[in-house]
Design a protein around this ligand. Sequence first.
Ligand SMILES: [Fe+2]
Length: 416
Amino acid sequence: MRSKLAITVAFFGWLIFFSYIIYDYYHYGSMLLEHLLTPGTLFENFFHFVILSSLIGSNITAYLISQRKRLLERTMVSEKRLNHMLQELRATLDSMPYGVMLVDKDFNIIRANRYISEMTGISLDELPGHKCYEVVHGSNDFIERCPLKRSLMSKLTESAEYYDKQRGKYFIVSATPIFDEKNDVIAYSHPLIDITELKIKELSLQRSRDAFFNILKDIHTAHKELQDIYYELLIAFSTAIDAKSPWTKGHSERVTNYAIMIAREMGIDSGDLEDLRIAGLLHDIGKIGTYDVILDKPSKLTHDEFSVVKMHPIKGEEILKPIKGLRRVLPIVRSHHERFDGKGYPDRLRADEIPLLARILFVADSFDSMTSDRPYRSSPGIEYALSELRRCSGTQFDPMVVEAFLKVIEREKSPR
Ligand SMILES: [Fe+2]
C-alpha cells in the first residue's frame, strides 16, 4: 500500500478500533471478550456495529485509494508510451523517401508525411482537410484510374502508375483500406512513390533491347544471305565438277536430291541432312584431277585406268580437308564408293563401318548413274535400276537404305 492517503485512512480506522478496545478493557477488565460478544444494551450493540464498520470501511477505502493510484500510474505510463510511439511513427513517416497520406472515404487528407508537404508546398498542419487529388494532382476531381476510387469498390489494395506532367515525374500510387474491429473501412493508406529514375532506366533498357534485336535481325539476314551465297557457290562448284564431262551434267544435284529424300524417309536429323546435302554436291570433287579421256572413254576401262578413277574419293577428301567447316563431310566423300559387303573402295569398309550418310549417297549415286546415259552405254532405264538395287541389296547396298529409297520411289510414282 504505497499511497500515503490510504495508509492514513487505514491508520485512523485501526486507531478508533483500538481506542475503543482500550476503553472497554478499562471498564470491563477480564470481562472484555464477553462484553464484546454479548453487549448489554441496544445502544452498545449499535456502537459495536459502528466501530467494526468504520474499521472495515476505512480498510476498504484505503485499498480502493491505493488501487486508484496504481491505475492512474499505469494510465500515465501507457499514455507516455503511446505518445512516444506516435512520435516515432510520425518521425518514421516523415523520414520516408516517398509520400504517404492517410485519407478518408471522401478523399480528405487525415494526415500526410513531410514528403507530401514538400512536394505540394503545403505545411504539414495545413494538409489535413484538403482533398488528396487537389494537392497532389492539382485537379478538382480524382484522376482517371485512381486506385483509391477502385479500392472504395473492391476494399482491396489497388495501385496504378501515372505520369505527372506538372512535375515531369513518374509515380506509382496505391490505396490500401484500413479496417476497424467491425471490419468497416475507416481510412485509406495512400502512398505515392516516385519511380522516375527506374522508369528512365527501363525506357533506356527497352531502347537497348530493341537495338539489340535489330542487330540480331541484321545478323540473321546477313547470315541467311551468306548461307544462300554458300549454297549457290556449292551448286556452282558442283556444276563445274559435272561440267568436266558432258555425260555427268546435273549428276551431283540429282544425287543430292535422291540422297536427301532417302535420308528424310529414314528420319535423319536436320544437322546430318545438311552434311549430306554438301557431301552430295561435292562427292565427286576428286574427279577434278582425273583425265577427261578416262572419264569420257566410250569403251571399258583398263585395270590401270580404273585404279586412277578409284582414287577420286581420296583426292576429294584431300581437296576438302583444309576447309574447317567441311570436316564432318570428309568421311562421307571418302566412303561414297564403299560396298556393304566390303568389296568397295578405297578402304574396303563393310556394313556399319561405312558412315550411314555415305551408304545413302552410294545408293543415290548408283541410281543416278544407272538412269543416265554414259559414253560406253545408254541408260538402261528406271525399272532396271530399281531391280538392280533390289538384287544388290545386302551385297553392294545397305538393305535399309534400299528399302527407304524404294518406298520413296513408290510414293513418287503413285498418283496423288
Ligand atoms: Fe563418285
